[in-house]
Write a protein that binds this ligand. Structure first.
Ligand code: NIG
Ligand code: ZN
Length: 432
């Protein structure tokens, strides 16, 4: 007897997103998704997808198995929709303290940098995070990841960056590494020692500290399996780390084996596309101020654009050039940018905002929150679509068509969230 972990059948729509093992979708392909009507999917005991297709195709595949088959869980998805687990391409989920009062300041007209200059913003979160124990930060992180899972996220890119010195950056990366082993959500960790210039230092001094102290300490901790940052990030911004310092830090990170995914062109034009080419960036985020020449440079560099609609919304920034990026063939991914400035854990809401604020279609947004976000986090081989061999990360939607995931904004009708073929959330209740 072959016992599979899960079968779902009779789905009114089974949205694969990709069916040809694409590692990303760009240009016109970003507005095109693979969808099966009357679909079924089977997940093996190793948590990977064993078969997907129409009910008839999957049934024929099961008939061909050498032994009789059974299923640990058999879900009838009649009148329902099946989608891949969502991927959040950009988050800052490890921090303590509160910045709720800064929301009122921003509503009254203060800009992001003005709040920062008044002692708030990143610097304030850094002070609190330094004072918190690893245990306390782990507890906060767990609660946030649980809430993300309830919103349908099964893979998250997660940054450090509220330490800005060796000890606290390592503490944050340890918290992420532990969560990557313990939590249902899969995590890709990013080292963001260059998130802000620490109080009392110049950008040049902070750059030296990162290159000479922080990165070597991270390499050692990685060898000891205490941390595992796969990416390096810098907030490349006027008055923070500007072009040359950013380049120095990113190159040092790349030399240490980390891929590059940096914050660029958020508040001022910083030539991020040119920088992507220069350092061979895997991804760059924000990009509100990106111009045409830099869009073309990103295309040339084969860099993912990770767009963050919650941030432009809360800071009342102009929209990043989503349409022009797509037109120029840059794969656009989406991230919630979860952080104390933009307190959003939900990819359905993020997709909704990408449609309403950035002019993306619903298909483009779904691709941005699945295969392209997985690609931006270097996980396209395992996440971001419903294809044989990938992790059995699935959503069951109690809706007649998949667009309800985006249309219903803050409360999409997600009935089940499935991780590696196991139901981990049912009707908004965590089961693990
Ligand atoms: N812009 C820089 N970093 C974060 C905000 C971090 C914070 O304000 O705490 C972002 O991606 O939006
Ligand atoms: Zn960010």
């Amino acid at each position: 007897m072959s016992c599979f972990r899960l079968r779902i059948r009779n789905a009114r729509q089974l949205v694969q997103v990709c069916s040809k093992q694409e590692r990303f979708k760009s240009g016109a392909a970003q507005d095109d998704i693979a969808l099966i009507e009357g679909g079924a999917v089977v997940v093996s005991q190793d948590g990977r997808i064993a078969a997907v297709g129409t009910n008839e195709q999957v049934e024929a595949w099961l008939q061909k198995q050498p032994q009789p088959v059974s299923f640990e869980k058999d879900v009838d998805a009649t009148d329902k929709v099946v989608l891949p687990g969502l991927v959040d391409g950009h988050t800052h989920p490890v921090w303590s303290g509160s910045r709720v009062d800064e929301f009122a300041m921003k509503l009254a007209g203060a800009t992001y940098m003005e709040v920062h200059a008044m002692g708030g913003g990143i610097g304030r979160t850094v002070r609190c995070t330094k004072a918190s124990s690893e245990e306390e930060l782990s507890q906060f992180l767990k609660k946030r990841l649980d809430r993300m899972l309830k919103c349908g996220t099964t893979l998250v890119e997660a940054k450090s960056g509220y330490g800005l010195e060796t000890e606290t950056e390592l503490k944050m990366l340890k918290v992420l590494h532990k969560a990557s082993k313990e939590h249902q959500i899969d995590l890709v960790a990013t080292y963001l020692g260059g998130h802000s210039v620490p109080e009392g230092m110049t950008a040049a001094e902070a750059t030296l500290d990162i290159v000479q102290k922080q990165i070597p300490a991270i390499i050692q901790a990685k060898k000891d399996d205490l941390v595992n940052p796969e990416f390096i990030d810098v907030f490349c911004e006027k008055g923070v780390f500007e072009y040359d310092d950013t380049k120095t830090i990113l190159e040092a990170g790349a030399k240490a084996g980390m891929k590059i995914n940096f914050h660029g062109d958020e508040l001022h034009p910083m030539d991020s596309g040119k920088l992507c080419m220069c350092v061979q960036a895997h991804a760059a985020s924000h990009l509100e101020m990106l111009d045409t020449a830099n869009i073309k440079a990103m295309k040339e560099a084969s860099t993912f654009a990770v767009l963050l609609p919650t941030t432009m919304y809360i800071l009342k920034l102009c929209s990043p050039p989503a349409r022009e990026l797509i037109k120029n063939g840059v794969p656009v991914a989406l991230g919630s940018d979860y952080n104390p400035n933009a307190h959003c854990l939900s990819m359905p809401l993020t997709m909704h905002m990408a449609c309403c604020l950035m002019g993306m279609t619903m298909k483009e947004a779904l691709v941005g929150a699945t295969i392209n976000a997985a690609g931006s986090a270097n996980r396209a081989e395992t996440h971001g679509s419903i294809e044989v061999g990938k992790f059995g990360d699935l959503l069951v939607l109690d809706a007649p068509q998949w667009e309800h995931l985006i249309y219903e904004m803050a409360d999409p009708p997600i009935e089940h969230v499935i991780k590696n073929g196991r139901i981990v959330v049912s009707n908004n209740q965590l089961l693990v």
